[in-house]
Structure formats: C-alpha cells, structure tokens
Design a binder for this molecule. Sequence first.
Ligand code: FAD
Length: 393
Amino acid sequence: MQRRSDVIVIGAGAAGMMCAIRAGQRGRSVVVLDHAKAPGDKIRISGGGRCNFTNIHASPKNFLSANPHFMKSALARFTPSDFVAMVDRHRIAWHEKTLGQLFCDDSAKDIIRMLLDEMQAAGARLELRTEIVAVEKTEDGFRVSTSEGEYLATSLVIATGGKSIPKMGATGFAYRIAEQFGLPMIETRPGLVPLTLDPQLLESVAPLSGIAAPAELRHGKTAFREALLFTHRGLSGPAILQISSYWREGDEITVDIEPDVDLLAHLKTAKQANGRQSAQTALGEVLPKRLAQYLTERAGVTGNMADMSDKVLARLVDAAQNWTIKPSGSEGYRTAEVTLGGIDTAALDSRSMQAKTVPGLHFIGECVDVTGWLGGYNFQWAWASGVAAGDSL
Ligand code: FAD
C-alpha cells in the first residue's frame, strides 16, 4: 500500500514532533514514522523523569558546533519563552531548578502528552513500530519504504537523533541518510558523558567513590562551576558532563574543589584557633572528610598545624584547588546524554534546516552538528530546529 502526504518526518522525538506540529498547523498533511513502540522515549527519561525542557538563558554561546553562528536564526525565532507559553497553555506546572533550568513539577510524560495533543490538533499522523527500509528521491519528492509499506511525500524531515544510548533505539540513521545524499559530516563523539580514569588513578581515588563536591572544572579557556561526583568508574556529576563535551582523548582537566571558599584563609584561621589539630581535620570542616583525607595525603601534609608554615598550607590548598587530572576516556555512547558532531551545518540552510543540495530534505535536532550544554539547552535546540523546518515546509 502507498500513502502520500506533503511531509514525512522520520523520528517521533522532541524535534520531529515539534516539526510535525508546526507543519500541520500550516495546513500540511504530515505523517511521522518511528521504529519505537512509543514516541518521545528520551523526553520520558530526561531530567530524572521530570524533563528539563528548556533553559531561560539559552543563547548561541551555550552550544558547540563547527559553525558557532548556525543556530542563531532558529534559536532567535523560537525562544524558551515560546516553549514555556505552550507548556502554560497545557497547564503543565513547572519550576526553575537552578541556573535557568526549567523542569516539570510532576512528570516528563506531561510534555509528551502535550506534544501528542498538539500533533493531533494539527492533524499530524503518528505511525509507530515502523522500520525504515529505504529512502529514495523521486521526481517530485521522496519515497520511504518501510516494514508497513511505502510512503510518498514532497518533503522529508530526518529527526532520528544521535547515537547516544543505543539501548533506547538510537541508530545513527540520520548519518546514513546524509551519506546517501552526499552531505558532509562532522565526526561524531559522545558528549555530556562521565569520564573514566586509568586503573592506577582509579584505585587511588577509590575511597572517594560516592562523594560529591562543588567544583570548578577547567579545560583550556572553558570552565564550568557545578557539582563534581566521584564514582566507582571515574568522574561524573554536572561539572564533568559539561566539560566532557570539550575534552578530547589525551587532554588534562583542572579541578578546583570548593572554588567559592578561601581554603587558605580557612586553614590559617583554624591553625590560629587550635594549632594542635591536623590540617586534615581543619580541611574536613569545609570539605567531605574522605576528600580532605585524600587531599592531605596527596599533598604529603602531616602533623599538627602549629608546626606548618604557610607554604605547606598553600601546598595543600593547591592540591585541592589546582588539581590536574588526565581522564583515560569516557563511558561512551552507552551513557552519553548527547552526540557531538553530526550533519555538517555547512550543508544546511540555517532558516529551514533544508539540505542545500537536496531540495525537500531537512535534518533537525540532535543529528545536526549543534550540541547544547547540560541544562535544557538540547531540548531547546530540538524545539527550535523543529520549528525552523516545520515553518518552512
Ligand atoms: P530523539 O529525542 O533521540 O528522537 C529520535 C527519534 O527517532 C526517537 O523516537 C527514535 O525512536 C527515532 N529513531 C531513531 N532511529 C530511527 C530509525 N532508524 N527509524 C525510525 N525511527 C528512528 N536534554 C535536555 O535539554 N534536557 C534534559 O533534561 C535532558 N535529559 C536527558 C537525559 C538522558 C538520559 C539523555 C540520554 C538525554 C537527555 N537530554 C536532555 C538530551 C535530549 O534528550 C536530546 O538532545 C533530544 O532528545 C534530541 O531530540 P531529537 O528529537 O533530535 O532526537
């Protein structure tokens, strides 16, 4: 059986559903195909089940791309306030958690329900459990052969996301289509991902497993100030996920534990108040105790504080606030929240997400070489790029 529509969207994730809504609202007949048994699986698990659906501070500087200007047009035309207005219209309660990150009060499922309701109102059809077998260009559009038959349309939108979390059905499908149509790619790699340590370093920090501390992580000119978490595999927590998108194999990162506390002043005051206590005890007043122990041992600082020169105290502070670590790798796509790289933006029109050399073919969302920081930025890109394509179809 053959079915014809104006638009076929492949991928019922954040970007694909938003694109279908906008195209449907403009009177286009739209069908959304997805191999999964439910739409928006990543939305469902995002933000710990509460979906960090946008960030009120989202601006181009929060995104990585070979072309840092590409996302400007889409982000300007569909802003976080535009998405919040939709959420409010559906009476979904939300709150700002921290750093401009907006979360559902109740459940991420509310966002999926909202998108499905909007799709239905816009007349967009959703076909799940549909395996894509082949995509071909026809004289007047595209033919998509699937396990459920053939679909024909004038426009084809690829919204199948990246490679992250293959267990959830991530396939790299978009990259294969880009290759089929001769579009260039920026090499992909896992982003927003925990970093691993070599066995020797991992063994030395094993006592810290489970400890979280506020930290500033630096990599070149990039710095993030959020929580750092030591795990049984290496390093995680928001600060590490953020810096991981900038980190490359072989690079070092610098860790500054408790950057808002003047540790030297604290140690000097503690020494004056009670010279008989150890530096470890004094440091343990402002840092987790196991971390204080690890750092004093690492700095080779022992004995009563009364016997310590300011130089020794400074050495200890340096161990905590100028700590250089060389991760051995990352946990990879298995746990990465996003995929960096993807379809080279040089091949796409920034207003419509249309391939410059293949009229009617659009790429949106995570499969494009635009990746946001942790904190709601990636969904904002999915919504904004979906709207850009949807409004142009
Ligand atoms: P996706 O949401 O991945 O959707 C792609 C769709 O395409 C899926 O439905 C999939 O089934 C379908 N598909 C894939 N391959 C095929 C194929 N071959 N045939 C047919 N269908 C196919 N970002 C935030 O901004 N805030 C958060 O709180 C947040 N939390 C996250 C938590 C986790 C654990 C993860 C993994 C990611 C999180 N992200 C978050 C990132 C965010 O989920 C993605 O950036 C976003 O989902 C990308 O949207 P997309 O529509 O491009 O792709």
